[in-house]
Design a protein. Structure first.
Ligand SMILES: Cc1ncc(COP(=O)(O)O)c(C=O)c1O
Length: 415
């Protein structure tokens, strides 16, 4: 843990270039979100290495699936090489076809939008709601009810004429989307709901685990996630046929265990046993991690009450957030600097932080799509800043807060 004396001083300008996302955190810096490896990870991985079960077959892969299915109370789980591939397969098994349209949160990491394109479908970007920053369910309902037409047993976008087949609510930052209105309208029109729960494993919506309320849920175990397998993902569903097809597609669609016979285009998407071994060890500790994450969030929330212009993410009354990535909004007029200026100052001081993702409707990748009106996501993108919140954060959290206070003073405002 960095000591006070090892902290870099603030200056008027400049930033620490080494703090690029994904770069190893230099000694003395406070990372944004790093893995917590303190349980049976070494033991289980050694078991794989000792027994040569290093690849996609092996007991840990099945065990990891069972553990996750049980945890989110889902009937079936299929382990994948990452969360993006889980989303890709989810869209395929849910029956999304080329040229269909799929509603997806605009304020998200790009993976779910890209997965929609992988299957040849088109994303329709939905704005965030202002309170908890998640996909706005009213926007979903309005789009489906007003901008689409039910004709010959299909829902079609009135402007593009395309068939709408699925909704991908993304539970961002550890907090659930308000799912009920989305599920209701999806049932009305026979749309599949694929929850992107990659950032929110363990979060609950109205007392139920996210990932298990729509038709399929997807998780990620990337290095920055609540639990990690280095890289990895999981798809969960109660639909046996979909689970079987997902397993088939993730293992090259092989129909015979010995002969190389394949009945459709499959993918090499199955998680390895070594990664699953890590996953099993991480799952053993997940409740503890969530407890720590919630503690970090409540400490930030309490401390930031006294600091004008910094507004922490909140938890809806119907939600149990896991606060995966603790994020604040920076009000420039009250704090004295904007989110990017604060980002630069914190990086310079050795405190890793990140802006929110550029909303998908603004992404150059999707510039050819019909422009979407998403003012809430635009504002969240402009003002959002994620702060260090690793499970191992400990006393360093005080240093983050002290820096936020000092910078507020530096900007000429009273904390
Ligand atoms: C919202 C969201 N969806 C999907 C993914 C993709 O997961 P992975 O990196 O495991 O492919 C991520 C992050 O990594 C994410 O944040």
């Amino acid at each position: 843990m960095p000591s006070e004396s090892s902290r870099k001083p603030f200056s008027e300008s400049g930033r620490s270039a080494e703090s690029a996302p994904g770069a190893p955190v230099p000694q003395g810096e406070i990372p944004l979100s790093v893995p917590e490896i303190r349980g049976n990870e070494w033991k289980y991985v050694k078991e794989c290495l000792d027994t040569n079960w290093v690849s996609t077959a092996g007991s840990f892969a099945n065990r990891f699936e069972d553990m996750l299915a049980e945890y989110v109370e889902s009937k079936y789980a299929v382990a994948t090489i990452n969360g993006t591939s889980a989303l890709h397969i989810a869209l395929l098994v849910a029956g999304v076809h080329p040229d269909d349209e799929v509603l997806v949160s605009t304020l998200t990491f790009i993976a779910p939008a890209n997965a929609i394109r992988y299957v040849g479908a088109w994303p329709v970007f939905i704005d965030a709601e202002p309170n908890y920053w998640q996909m706005d369910p009213q926007r979903v309902v309005d789009f489906l009810e007003q901008e689409c037409r039910w004709t010959s047993g299909e829902l079609r976008n009135k402007v593009t004429g395309r068939r709408v087949t699925a909704i991908v609510p993304v539970h961002i930052l550890g907090h659930p989307v308000d799912l009920d209105p989305i599920l209701t309208v999806a049932r009305k029109y026979g749309l599949a709901v694929i929850e992107d729960a990659t950032e929110s494993l363990g979060a609950k919506y109205k007392g139920q685990m996210v990932g298990h309320q729509g038709d399929i849920g997807c998780f990620s175990f990337n290095g920055n996630k609540l639990i990690t397998t280095g890289g990895g993902g999981m798809l969960v569903t109660d639909n046996e046929d979909w689970a079987q097809r997902a397993r088939h597609l993730t293992t090259q669609a092989k129909v015979d265990p010995v002969e190389y016979i394949h009945d459709e285009i499959g993918y090499n998407y199955r998680l390895t046993n070594i990664q699953a071994a890590l996953g099993c060890a991480q799952m053993e500790q997940i409740d503890d991690y969530i407890c720590v994450k919630r503690g970090i969030a409540s400490a930030y929330t309490e401390w930031l009450e006294d600091l004008a212009g910094l507004h922490p993410m909140r938890q809806a009354p119907w939600a149990e957030s896991v606060f995966w990535l603790f994020t604040i909004l920076v009000d420039e007029t009250k704090y004295g600097m904007n989110s990017r200026e604060l980002l630069a100052k914190l990086l310079e001081a050795g405190i890793q932080c990140r802006p929110l993702w550029q909303p998908m409707h603004l992404s150059p990748v999707y510039a050819d799509l019909k422009p979407a009106d998403c003012p809430v996501a635009n504002r969240l993108y402009q003002d959002g800043l994620s702060l260090p919140c690793s499970v191992s954060l400990g006393e360093s959290q005080r240093l983050v807060l002290d820096s936020l206070k000092q910078l507020s003073l530096l900007a000429g405002h009273q904390a």
